[in-house]
Design a protein around this ligand. Structure first.
Ligand SMILES: NC(=O)C1=CN([C@@H]2O[C@H](COP(=O)(O)OP(=O)(O)OC[C@H]3O[C@@H](n4cnc5c(N)ncnc54)[C@H](OP(=O)(O)O)[C@@H]3O)[C@@H](O)[C@H]2O)C=CC1
Ligand SMILES: O=C(O)C1=N[C@H](C(=O)O)C[C@H](O)C1
Length: 281
């Protein structure tokens, strides 16, 4: 399904960090269907999974001969010694992703980062760090093409509407709020050079938080966490007499894989950090 033609090139060595997680396992399955990428390591801190074969854990019919380890640096070293430039895919946790990126870059390994929760200051710092090291890095809050299309439609709509709010809905195992995708969407709208949601009455929150988070240019984000959800986002534009609602629903994490594999192939040719899938499509 994800076959790619390789012309006289060694496969891209890939280490997957957070390999035993929900996204990590999906990444392992996707990598196993490519011909131009080679899984060289699977890292995860979950003590239950140490030493297990990542192929079997991910539900593949055969073992991959790659045991799960909690040691990132030795695998970065191994990947750095391969012929082709190496890539670290990261789907771990907001608390550790910044350090993971710096470690990978220190070994000359290109990070492809799906983990959310990096602050704008951390992103700025990493942009400078990767540029100095002349090392590509992709930070992608959402790998699904549907979400990029939603964001592009939202940017277009924002030229015609002055009122907009974002609602993001996720499973309740999610550590960070709001979602990285909602933050990116709000940033894209705020960059349009206009203010939204100028109040027409004096508003008072009788219950703090009931109007959500208000960010740059008056854009509000509301976060919902419930079992039964995967990942969903609505961007609702309002004007007198009409609503324009954009919605994206994830029903399977497989939706992120085409974007992820594209990012692995593209990051090799970059020289610094790029933020957002739309920049590499
Ligand atoms: N960009 C995108 O398109 C998408 C991004 N995401 C983001 O990816 C991240 C992971 O999501 P998801 O897979 O659902 O989460 P999971 O909790 O299912 O998986 C994360 C895995 O990483 C492990 N882990 C935690 N800390 C470390 C560490 N320091 N080193 C190595 N492994 C670690 C966890 O172990 P343990 O269980 O023991 O904590 C777990 O196995 C989140 O930030 C999420 O928002 C998710 C979906 C799509
Ligand atoms: O935690 C998740 O599940 C997701 N996280 C990303 C985010 O925070 O935007 C991407 C997607 O929404 C799924």
């Amino acid at each position: 399904m994800y076959l790619n033609i390789m012309v006289n090139q060694s496969p891209i060595p890939v280490v997957v960090n957070g390999a035993a997680g929900k996204m990590g396992r999906e990444v392992i399955k996707a990598l196993s269907q490519t011909t131009d990428m080679n899984l060289v390591g699977a890292i995860d801190i979950n003590p239950e999974h140490q030493g297990k074969d990542i192929g079997e854990l991910s539900g593949l019919s055969r073992p991959l001969g790659v045991p799960i380890t909690n040691q990132l640096e030795p695998l970065l070293l191994i990947a750095s010694q391969e012929k082709q430039l190496g890539v670290m895919v990261d789907f771990t946790h907001p608390n550790i992703v910044y350090d993971n990126i710096r470690s990978a870059v220190a070994y000359g390994i290109r990070p492809v980062v799906g983990t959310t929760g990096l602050s704008l200051e951390q992103l700025q710092d990493l942009a400078e760090f990767t540029a100095k090291a002349s090392t590509g890095c992709l930070v992608i809050p959402n790998f699904s093409i549907g979400m990029v299309l939603l964001q592009q439609a939202a940017v277009k709509a924002s030229q015609h509407f002055d009122h907009v709010e974002i609602i993001e809905l996720h499973h309740n195992e999610k550590a960070d709020a709001p979602s990285g995708t909602a933050i990116k969407t709000a940033e894209m709208l705020a960059d349009m050079g206009k203010s939204f949601n100028v109040p027409i009455v004096e508003e008072k929150e009788n219950l703090i938080g009931s109007r959500g988070f208000e960010g740059r240019e008056g854009i509000r984000i509301h976060s919902i966490r419930l079992p039964g959800l995967i990942a969903h986002q609505e961007v609702i534009f309002g004007a007198p007499g009409q609503l324009y609602t954009l919605r994206h629903d994830t029903s399977d994490r497989a939706c992120y894989m085409p974007g992820l594999l594209l990012a692995i192939r593209k990051v090799i040719g970059l020289k610094s950090l790029v933020y957002g899938l739309e920049k590499i499509l």
